[in-house]
Design a protein around this ligand. Structure first.
Ligand code: NAD
Ligand code: TYD
Length: 348
């Protein structure tokens, strides 16, 4: 089977690519990535020479290019992760999110439909999406697969739009699609613009740790490798046309999480208890900041047998250790020098 994984050089995509390349040696994995600021091939150095792995540098917003790529490689399945993924960036540059997340997804849907239209048997178009499409919760309740879409940021609106197009291709053309909507991920390879890696990097470097508003917003955190395992389950066992919510059952107020990160870092860096908490700096709140996300994962747990493999304590320990042991990775991504890796390895 030839599988196209888009966005495989990013945070979640790199874990999905590694899992599929190593677990399924009979699959041919093609990783299509534009290598934006968020794409980093150093996330995949351990598998870059695997015989069943091919990297392709390309842009999903280029419709002609995407059509040609599908015709050239005759993919059997698509796992679509490429996206602009940061809410704060979507507030300053919403059109970039429309181009990649909406137009890019439609280009892939169209190319898959054209390639497969004579026979959809055994084909899969799997869209990896976010729980943010459901909007913001109050103090009670959880998002289920039936929750009405109510996106509030340009990021979540672009992901909601792309989810709608995926389902429209299922209902209109019979394209065999699957969708999953996941809560906030954390773990190795996470770009330090998102809360956990940004806080760890700043604590390490004795820089201010920005907390938006009062830090009362709540997120449900899932270890990235458990998300990759869930994606494996949905890809292989999920029902055509269905949606699966994936979450950690692990809600944290931002301020409590940041306190925890500060305390772990004090221990790891042999600092006096309380030292890192002094770096916490309350800053102006994000515009339209969603109060709370929480996911009901009972469908994927009951129907596909998935459950997280690590507790939050174990996952955070692995994550903190990874960031402390991968100083070079952090320095490269903060200086931008990781973007030269493609030219050294591939563009010879
Ligand atoms: P990321 O920003 O780390 O990676 C995105 C990848 O897509 C990068 O490698 C980037 O180079 C690539 N890309 C961006 N624009 C492209 C384009 N036009 N053409 C080709 N490649 C392009 O994102 P992530 O956090 O790994 O998220 C992956 C997917 O999972 C996204 O669709 C996101 O919406 C979804 N998701 C993320 C989270 C989370 O907590 N990070 C949670 C749920 C769902
Ligand atoms: P983020 O990691 O950007 O993910 P998302 O907005 O998709 O949930 O942010 C997680 C939470 O942390 C969110 O409530 C915003 C908040 N936050 C801060 O308080 N400070 C920061 O520096 C960042 C990046 C986020």
């Amino acid at each position: 089977m030839k599988i196209l994984i888009t966005g495989g050089a990013g945070f979640i995509g790199s874990h999905v690519v590694r899992l599929f390349v190593t677990k399924y040696p009979n699959y041919q994995i093609f990783n299509l990535d534009k290598l934006t600021y968020a794409g980093n091939l150093q996330n995949l150095t351990d598998i870059e020479d695997a015989p069943n792995y091919t990297f392709i540098k390309g842009d999903i917003t280029d419709q002609e290019y995407i059509n040609g790529l599908f015709q050239e490689h005759q993919f059997d399945a698509v796992m679509h992760l490429a996206a602009e993924s940061h809410v704060d960036r979507s507030i300053t540059d919403p059109m970039a999110f429309v181009r990649t997340n909406v137009n890019g997804t439609c280009n892939l849907l169209h190319a898959a439909k054209e390639l497969w239209k004579s026979d959809f048997t055994d084909k899969v178009f799997y869209h990896i999406s976010t729980d943010e499409v459901y909007g913001s919760l109050g103090e009670e309740g959880m998002f289920t697969e039936e929750t009405k879409y109510d996106p509030r940021s340009p990021y979540s609106a672009s992901k909601a739009s792309s989810d709608h197009f995926v389902r429209a291709y299922y209902h209109t053309y019979g394209l065999p699609v699957k969708v999953s909507n996941c809560s906030n991920n954390y773990g190795p390879n996470h770009f330090p613009e998102k809360l956990i890696p940004l806080a760890l990097n700043n604590i390490k470097n004795n820089k201010p740790v920005p907390v938006y508003g009062k830090g009362e917003n709540i997120r449900d955190w899932l270890y990235v490798i458990d998300h990759a395992r869930a994606i494996d389950d949905v890809f292989h066992k999920g029902k055509e046309g269905d949606t699966y919510n994936i979450g950690g059952v692990n809600e944290w107020r931002n301020i409590d999480l940041i306190h925890l990160l500060c305390d772990i870092m004090d221990q790891k860096l042999d600092r006096e208890p309380g030292t890192s908490r002094k770096l916490i700096t309350f800053v102006t709140d994000r515009a339209g900041h969603d109060l709370r996300y929480a996911i009901d994962s009972s469908k994927i747990m009951n129907e596909l047998g998935w459950k997280p493999s690590v507790t939050f304590e174990e996952g955070l320990e692995k994550t903190v250790d990874w960031y402390l042991q991968n100083e070079e990775w952090l320095q490269n991504v903060t200086s931008g020098s990781y973007q030269e890796y493609y030219n050294e390895q591939y563009a010879r």
